[in-house]
Design a protein around this ligand. Structure first.
Ligand SMILES: Nc1ncnc2c1ncn2[C@@H]1O[C@H](COP(=O)(O)OP(=O)(O)OP(=O)(O)O)[C@@H](O)[C@H]1O
Ligand SMILES: [Mg+2]
Length: 190
């Protein structure tokens, strides 16, 4: 089972390829309702209604280097395996929102995996794009916005290894205690 953070990385990379300048990654969990919702939004080039209809098909891709596009299909499968699903909302020239929902505690729920590492890599590898990462668990919310960091960093790039190290530690320190055991996947032993 692939970790969901790798799916997030994949979906966010679509946003990067769509020339987004702002990408949102939101992970919301309601443990009582056994609900996990992952939303990736961007202000990139968007898709036509026809393309949106096509992306649910694993053989659809606008890639030139290979025939099949699997990012969205795989993420959708991971959601469906837990009784959830995925939707793609998009508008040409405006942007895209991918929403996937999962059943927490479901035996087929993949581990969420390394969210901090995923967000850190995305920021470090795309220093000219802004990212807003939101983690919301049972009403408690943490948010990191690279626009706030830029204001502090001045001329220093978000690609600097020292900055990436700082971001990773900052995320870990602030979110570690928010992560519920259900994020490790499968059924929680009683
Ligand atoms: N955020 C987005 N903005 C604009 N177009 C998108 C976005 N996400 C997906 N698409 C379109 O949907 C297609 C399918 O995406 P998907 O991630 O499933 O496959 P892929 O990116 O083509 O290949 P893979 O993810 O396997 O490397 C993309 O080729 C692209 O045309
Ligand atoms: Mg993709």
């Amino acid at each position: 089972m692939q970790e969901l953070s790798l799916n997030i990385l994949d979906i966010a990379q679509n946003s990067v390829r769509a020339n987004a300048s702002l990408i949102g990654i939101k992970v919301e969990a309601d443990t009582a309702a056994e609900r996990l919702i992952i939303t990736i939004t961007d202000n990139g080039c968007g898709m036509s209604a026809e393309t949106v209809a096509g992306v649910m098909d694993p053989f659809y891709t606008t890639r030139k280097t290979r025939k099949v596009g699997l990012g969205i299909s795989f993420f959708r499968l991971a959601a469906q395996q837990t009784g959830g699903d995925l939707t793609v909302e998009s508008e040409l020239g405006k942007g895209t929102r991918v929403t996937a929902w999962f059943t927490l505690g479901h035996i087929d729920l993949a581990p969420v995996g390394d969210l901090e590492g995923t967000v850190t890599s995305l920021v470090q590898c795309n220093p000219d794009i802004d990212f807003v990462y939101t983690l919301c668990v049972d009403g408690q919310t943490f948010e990191m916005d690279t626009r706030d960091m830029r204001a502090i960093l001045g001329e220093v790039s978000l690609a600097e290894p020292q900055v990436a190290l700082f971001i990773r530690e900052y995320l870990t320190e602030n979110t570690q205690e928010m992560i519920p055991p259900e994020f490790h996947g499968g059924i929680i032993p009683k």
